[in-house]
Design a binder for this molecule. Structure first.
Ligand code: NAP
Length: 344
């Protein structure tokens, strides 16, 4: 194995990594022995993991296609032949991103913080009258300045990162059923078990009025991503649809756009020495969305192109919490949800 900067820093336990490692000593990350081990790892790129695949005839939806991991995911899936619907809050930005990609793409407007627009986005995608093979819930928001913001009384990260995607998945579910093997891929984060509140989902304080920090709120929303994916895996058992969540790695993207200049600089320096490139950052998403070995793997959590079980601190495997999250999310978004007859 070649030793690159990431391996070196891990081995040396150098500088900025130390606080993270010690803060996480109560977390056990165990390879999931019942999921095929992939030949890919943290150094693999999205192009590597899809090499040789022919995705012609497949339809993928990638939320947040204008920057970072979402753009690279769209680029590589389209390059391998898939027809990719790419979304952005701005139709002009979505068009611009799609125009930079070789292959078949369609730009659609999606603002996950506005549930009417989420419903409209799903309606536009449905006009394609095509099965959806990959629904990639990638778009994400991370606040800065530690100023709590609410959307309809609920904390903003939870609304954008979780509830918006919750509605989108619901409104596209029948199109996933029509695929020979539909995959829902949720881009969560290891913040789901490192930074989320100790008690997990704050069912009694979804506005986070009691304690608010950006990192806590982001971790809370990413735990919601992971638990929704886990519960979908349960609900979709016996169907051809799978649901998996992942951490893409630590990557310098525009996710830090709301941080102060100083925090952005510190984050950039940290990522430069211990993070992944954007090409590597999109690899786990593309692997989980396309690998033939994962056709019947569902309800799992991936890092660096492999499935892991997270034990110790956190709630990543908390099925009771996942079930309660889905019921709570249904209650919060009922006006935007639709019911479909399952066609298994
Ligand atoms: N970068 C990392 O180190 C890292 C680590 C762990 C997890 N993640 C996760 O990876 C995913 C992608 O992040 P990234 O790093 O690629 O971030 P990014 O460069 O900021 O890209 C985020 C994408 O989400 C879209 N977006 C932002 N707010 C939105 C909203 N309210 N409604 C709809 N779309 C919205 C943006 O599009 P518009 O602005 O054009 O709407 C953009 O295309 C996120 O879910 C993030 O939490 C990233």
């Amino acid at each position: 194995m070649t030793v690159n900067r990431r391996h070196f820093l891990h081995a040396a336990g150098a500088g900025l990594l130390l606080p993270q490692l010690s803060a996480c000593s109560d977390i056990e990350k165990l390879p999931a022995s019942d999921v095929p081990t992939s030949v890919f790892n943290a150094d693999s790129t999205a192009e590597d993991v899809t090499s040789g695949l022919d995705l012609r005839g497949k339809l993928a939806v990638v939320t947040g296609c204008t920057a970072g991991i979402g753009f690279e995911t769209m680029r590589v899936l389209a390059m391998r032949g898939a027809f990719v619907v790419g979304t952005s809050r701005s139709i002009d930005r979505a068009k611009e991103a799609c125009s930079q990609v070789n292959g078949l793409t369609m730009p659609v407007r999606l603002d996950l913080g506005d549930f009417d627009i989420v419903a409209q986005c799903a309606d536009v995608i449905r006009t394609l009258q095509q099965p959806i093979d990959m629904l990639i819930c990638n778009a994400g928001y991370r606040g800065g300045g530690n100023e709590r913001q609410l959307i309809n009384g609920i904390e903003k990260h939870f609304v954008i990162n979780h509830l918006g995607h919750f509605i989108l998945v619901n409104r596209l579910m029948d199109r996933l059923y029509r695929s020979s093997q539909g995959r829902i891929v949720t881009v969560s984060s290891r913040a789901a078990y490192r930074d989320a509140p100790e008690e997990g989902i704050l069912f009694d304080d979804l506005g986070m009025a009691k304690t608010y920090r950006d990192a806590l709120a982001y971790g809370h929303s990413k735990l919601a991503n992971a638990l929704f994916s886990l519960q979908l895996g349960q609900l979709l058992r016996g169907t051809r649809i799978t649901s998996n969540a992942l951490h893409p790695g630590v990557i310098k993207t525009e996710l830090d756009r709301n941080l102060s200049a100083v925090s952005r600089f510190a984050w950039g320096a940290y990522v430069k020495f211990s993070g992944k490139t954007i090409e590597e950052g999109a690899a786990t998403t593309c692997h989980v969305a396309t690998s033939e070995d994962l056709g019947n793997i569902s309800g799992r959590y991936f890092e660096d192109c492999n499935a892991f079980t997270i034990k110790g601190k956190g709630h990543m495997q908390n099925l009771a919490m996942a079930e309660k999250l889905v019921q709570t999310s249904i209650d919060l978004t009922a006006d935007w949800l639709v019911e479909f007859k399952e066609s298994k």
